[in-house]
Each structure stands twice: as C-alpha cells, then as structure tokens.
Design a protein. Structure first.
Length: 69
C-alpha cells in the first residue's frame, strides 16, 4: 500500500488459515468490508486474491429499468 511505511516490516499472511485468523481478530474493530481491506493491508502483507476468496462478496443493488408506458 502506498500509505504504509516501507521501513516498518509487516507480517506476511501466507496461507488461508493465518489469513482467516487475522480476519476473525479484526472483525470486532471494523464495521464494513472496506474497513476490513484497509485494516488488513495496513497491518499485514496479504495475497489480495486470498482475501477476496475469504471475504463475502458484496452484490450491487439491483437497479430496475423503468417501465415503458
């Protein structure tokens, strides 16, 4: 991350079990999935694809087309 201090070493989460444990530890501190991503990338070096596989996907709100009269 660009905002992370490059001189401070962050722990690497290299497998799914460690990543899941970190997610469980951070859940009480965050209120949204965006905050979860921010907290993870601020504190750890993570595989973003592995995080995406463990976090629930947010489906966009359905926007219905207006009916024609």
């Amino acid at each position: 991350m660009l905002n992370a201090d490059p001189l401070v070493a962050r722990p690497k989460l290299v497998n799914a079990a460690l990543l899941a444990r970190a997610l469980d530890g951070l859940r009480p501190q965050v209120s949204s999935s965006a905050e979860m991503w921010q907290a993870l990338t601020d504190h750890y070096v993570v595989d973003l694809d592995a995080v995406a596989a463990l976090l629930p996907a947010i489906e966009p709100e359905t926007q219905w087309l207006s009916t024609r009269d």
